[in-house]
Design a protein around this ligand. Structure first.
Ligand code: FES
Length: 169
């Protein structure tokens, strides 16, 4: 059975290409047990975020209310409702990293980037996100930049990592 395109309400409409991707993801994964999370992950992997206009399509595909889908998106820190910057920096804030100096890294990032968590720099270069364990606790403190995890990070090493990615100071 193919999905009709849902009424997206007041949300900014999806481009035709993005809408096709969302529909394809829902069609492909809707029969999985607990399909909502895999669908949201797949949409974010494809589009970089879960646009508000995708919510009614997902809701319709899974026979859920829009509020149920929205509730899951807002519950999990991982999901973004807005497109990220060119680089996504995730700083671990879980226990081992906190114990090994993650707060100093956070302080340096706030000074350098002038943003807080879940925000993007004015030039669109970096989105800063918290994450609660990267599975790299033995090398705490850890962060992940564009999918690459590094541990035993000091503030200077973190700065250098951003410099190497071309992020302006
Ligand atoms: S606590 Fe930071 S990687 Fe596990």
């Amino acid at each position: 059975m193919s999905l009709a395109v849902a009424d997206t309400g007041a949300a900014a409409p999806l481009s035709a290409a993005d809408q096709a991707q969302v529909l394809a993801v829902v069609e492909r994964l809707r029969d999985l047990p607990g399909a909502l999370l895999p669908i949201l992950h797949a949409i974010q992997d494809a589009l970089g975020h879960v646009p508000a206009a995708a919510v009614p399509i997902v809701a319709q595909g899974l026979n859920l209310s829009r509020a149920e889908v929205h509730g899951v998106i807002s519950f999990y820190h991982h999901f973004r409702s807005e497109p990220p910057g060119r680089h996504v920096l995730q700083l671990c804030r879980a226990e081992a990293c906190q114990a090994m100096g993650a707060r100093a890294l956070e302080h340096r990032l706030r000074e350098r980037l002038r943003i807080g968590f879940h925000e993007t720099t004015a030039d669109g270069a970096v989105t800063l996100e918290p994450v609660y364990c990267l599975g790299n606790c033995a090398c705490a403190p850890s962060a992940m930049l564009d999918g690459e995890v590094r541990g035993r990070l000091g503030a200077d090493a973190l700065d250098q990592w951003l410099d190497d990615c071309g992020v302006a100071r």
